[in-house]
Design a protein. Structure first.
Length: 299
């Protein structure tokens, strides 16, 4: 081995390769995920010859996390010979210096987790920070205009997506399924890290469902651990009288509420990280593929 060359750890490289593949599935556009040319060369070399000496000691990639005001560039450096990775966020024009300092403070510190888990935790931290700091302007919904306004049968339905940094407890997952029919909602639950919840129905019903979940099913969870963020609302059309197969004519894509975790390959240290490529294909098969970017990537 020449002077200055590094010895690539096989387990570390396997982790890095898995992480890059996951991110490529989540961020397919060239502007979303940018790998340094030297990193691309190192990946190609090591995939063809695992014993080769790479041209760089680490892989470097930049994730451009989109927001209504712009994008936050997240730089990730993944060493090929040791486990801890480093993550930094460059200051975008729409953040003040104090806001940038607060953003940096919320990034996860290097730890024993896989590089994918660390990066996804960073993505969620940045997304949540921006959502709290810079809420997107949305028109007031009917329930915010008059609390005593009657709920009409012809009220437009919505498909609402929620993102969980982690969703694992089987009892809580089952509650998400069991509560839905009580509010006339259909959709699905995907457990894991991250977790997804899709609900179709009247806007008021969705909000009441989530309020009941938080106050009843999650009553034993400390407030700071009730981490869930609404990612997207899609207007469907006039509400159907009942949750039946005729919902397709009114915009719904699901006829009941179910858990679909078993349909997605799980990987990661604890086998709880869903394959985002498979999630994308399932959403496309279900007719909701256009929602993937906003829901899974928060863009």
């Amino acid at each position: 081995m020449t002077q200055g060359a590094i010895a690539v750890d096989a387990d570390v490289f396997a982790d890095r390769l898995s992480t890059v593949s996951l991110l490529e599935a989540m961020y397919p556009l060239p502007s979303e995920l940018v790998l340094a040319p030297s990193s691309l060369a190192a990946l190609a070399l090591l995939q063809s010859d695992p014993s080769a000496v790479p041209p760089v000691p680490a892989l470097e990639l930049v994730l451009n996390l989109a927001n209504a005001r712009g994008a936050v560039p997240l730089t990730c450096v993944l060493p090929l010979s040791s486990w801890p990775i480093s993550i930094s966020a460059r200051q975008p024009p729409f953040l003040s210096r104090a806001q940038q300092d607060a953003l940096v403070a919320c990034l996860p510190r290097p730890g024993p987790d896989s590089s994918a888990e660390t990066i996804l935790s960073a993505i969620e931290a940045v997304t949540s920070f921006l959502a709290d700091l810079l809420p997107d302007p949305l028109p007031a919904r009917p329930e915010e205009q008059a609390v005593d306004e009657p709920e009409h049968a012809d009220e437009d339905e919505e498909r609402v997506w929620f993102w969980f940094p982690s969703l694992s407890t089987r009892e809580k997952r089952q509650d998400l399924v069991d509560y839905a029919p009580l509010y006339g909602l259909t959709g699905f639950v995907l457990a894991g890290k991250p977790g997804l919840l899709c609900l179709e129905g009247r806007p008021r019903a969705v909000d009441r469902y989530m309020a009941a979940i938080k106050s009843e099913s999650w009553s034993d969870i400390p407030a700071h651990q009730k981490k869930v963020s609404e990612r997207l609302r899609v207007r469907l059309g006039p509400a159907a009288a009942t949750a039946t197969s005729s919902n397709a004519a009114h915009g719904r894509r699901f006829t009941d509420m179910r858990e679909v975790t078993h349909l997605v390959t799980q990987h990661g240290q604890y086998n709880h990280r869903g394959d985002m490529g498979e999630v994308r294909r399932l959403m496309e098969a279900w007719g909701v593929g256009d929602d993937f970017g906003a829901v899974v990537m928060g863009s």
